[in-house]
Design a protein around this ligand. Structure first.
Ligand code: ZN
Length: 275
């Protein structure tokens, strides 16, 4: 049994076959997915999809969407967290964070949304799902100011030292398709050597396709579309991680499932523990 701890099932890439994507995931053993919203206009869709398909969701404003977000969207988030506070499928505040990689984004605005959403998570008693890109130190500084009950640093791409600081704060680190690429040395090294209890698996579907779906720039120029990632790919990504760590596949699945339940405690009621 696997948990995809980060899947954008509401993305338009899935409009044509969303139910089939969920069916394929379950057939592959991916019994649970966490669907993080990225903008206030997406909150209702995340809630509805989680209920329709028996999945989990998180509510938040993604750093890449803060330029388009209004300050009133923070109130919409506060209202939605309040409205759904007793919904067992609401497992986190996310996807929130900071992106210091994509050029042209207003960092002060990202920081404003990040800190405000940390406060909402703290007040709701919910963990957070963090977007990290060249921003690990700044994210950690925010967590030093506003203590939240842990969560997941998703698609982790910082240093070992930064990873250890997240782990010290009770966070798990999310790994996915990137670890299937041999040139991604640092991420493969982290995925191989970090303590097993700190790792969760995710696809970030439809993004971050594993190498077997990835189309190079040359292939795309020649007319092949970029491969669409989907949650059914998670066990094959997990198999690569199991191989890197020298673990049996079942042991890796059990460990990462337990880690996801620990990182997002409300998942425990949705995903029964395995023996
Ligand atoms: Zn994401």
């Amino acid at each position: 049994m696997w948990i995809d701890s980060h899947c954008h099932l509401d993305a338009p890439e899935f409009d044509a076959d969303r139910a089939e994507v969920v069916r394929r995931a379950r057939a592959a053993g991916v019994t649970m997915q966490v669907l993080p919203a990225v903008a206030a206009d997406h909150f209702d869709a995340a809630v509805a999809l989680a209920h329709e398909h028996g999945l989990a969701y998180a509510l938040g404003i993604h750093p890449l969407w803060t330029d388009r977000a209004a300050d009133a969207d923070l109130q919409r988030l506060a209202d939605a967290l309040h409205r759904h506070r007793d919904d067992p499928r609401l497992v986190a505040v996310g996807e929130i964070g900071l992106d210091h990689f994509v050029p042209g984004l207003d960092r002060a605005r990202q920081q404003h949304f990040y800190l405000a959403q940390l406060r909402l998570a703290r007040d709701a008693g919910l963990p957070v799902i963090l977007h990290v890109r060249r921003s690990a130190d700044a994210l950690l500084a925010g967590l030093n100011r506003i203590a939240v009950p842990g969560g997941i640093a998703h698609a982790f791409n910082g240093s070992r030292q930064q990873a250890d600081r997240f782990i010290d704060k009770g966070f798990r680190l999310g790994f996915g398709g990137t670890l299937t690429f041999e040139p991604a040395r640092q991420i493969r090294e982290l995925a191989t050597t970090l303590p097993l209890h700190a790792l969760v698996l995710e696809t970030d579907a439809p993004d971050i396709p594993p190498h077997w779906l990835y189309r190079t720039a040359a292939e795309r120029t020649a007319g092949q579309p970029q491969g669409r990632n989907e949650p059914a790919e998670l066990p094959r990504i997990g198999a690569e991680l199991a191989r890197l760590r020298g673990l049996a596949l079942g042991d890796l699945a059990a460990a990462t499932t337990a880690n996801a339940r620990a990182a997002l405690p409300r998942l425990a009621a949705l995903v029964p523990a395995t023996a």
